[in-house]
Design a protein around this ligand. Structure first.
Ligand SMILES: [Zn+2]
Length: 244
């Protein structure tokens, strides 16, 4: 069995049997992978604190043919994210990012952009960026990377440019202008579009240079989440805990 190694971000772990842990990680070279860390539940084990969520690590593992799980033999901690999880909001936001990454990503397929997004939101949180902005930033780029971000600047029915407010189309293919919509439930306001344009061009460390209220952040989240839920065909479990 050849030993493989990869830089990776730990998404989550769960206990497996008496002494082991199942580790879900996103690797730079292979994308989403699940592995077994043998002995990781034992006191003083060789993995130390490297398998905590959003640790950035170098993982060494074996792949067995016809096995879904790789066997993790060692893990070097490159950067810990432990400091982030004393804040409950940040905790849930990152659990949500991990759930979306695990549910949407094909197994063992490299996705460099998503890897970089996970790194960027982690760095922004460590730099004390507001969790509302980081979460919307993740949702926006996550939709874009997965090819399911609608065009917010054009009515998907009449194709006219959107100049003021628009509303989500009931089938979630995009947005509708005031003339075409019949269902004024989920409004995309000019400020939402301004935030979207900002996120296209800036890093998550860099907050918008215009005022955005907490209600604006929340409503923009509902819009992104409507597309996420539509494509996932279920509500992410962790979404229940996000109240921003
Ligand atoms: Zn229209």
């Amino acid at each position: 069995m050849p030993l493989d190694e990869s830089e990776a971000i730990i998404l989550r772990t769960e206990n497996y049997g008496e002494q082991d842990k199942l580790v879900v990680f996103f690797s730079r070279e292979k994308g989403l992978v699940r592995g077994l860390a043998k002995g990781a539940r034992k006191f003083n084990n060789r993995f130390g604190s490297s398998l905590e969520p959003f640790s950035q690590v170098r993982l060494f593992y074996y792949e067995k043919e016809k096995h879904d799980f790789v066997t993790i033999s060692n893990s070097d901690l490159l950067a810990s994210s432990f400091e982030l999880f004393s804040q409950i909001k940040t905790n849930w936001a990152f659990a949500y990012f991990a759930e979306l990454t695990e549910k949407f990503s094909p197994y063992r397929e490299k996705e460099e952009l998503l890897y970089r997004l996970l790194q960027a939101v982690t760095s922004a949180a460590k730099a004390s960026q507001a969790v509302e902005y980081i979460t919307r930033y993740f949702e926006f780029w996550f939709l874009k990377i997965n090819g399911i971000l609608p065009d917010f600047n054009r009515c998907q029915h009449c194709q006219r440019p959107i100049t003021s407010s628009s509303w989500l189309a009931p089938e979630r293919q995009g947005v509708l202008c005031p003339n075409c919509t019949r269902d004024k439930k989920m409004e995309v306001t000019p400020i939402h579009r301004q935030v979207i344009e900002w996120m296209k061009k800036n890093s998550p460390i860099c907050s918008p240079d215009f005022a955005v209220t907490s209600q604006d952040w929340k409503n923009l989240g509902k819009i992104f989440q409507a597309f996420i839920i539509f494509h996932l065909e279920e509500t992410p479990r962790t979404l229940d805990y996000l109240d921003f």
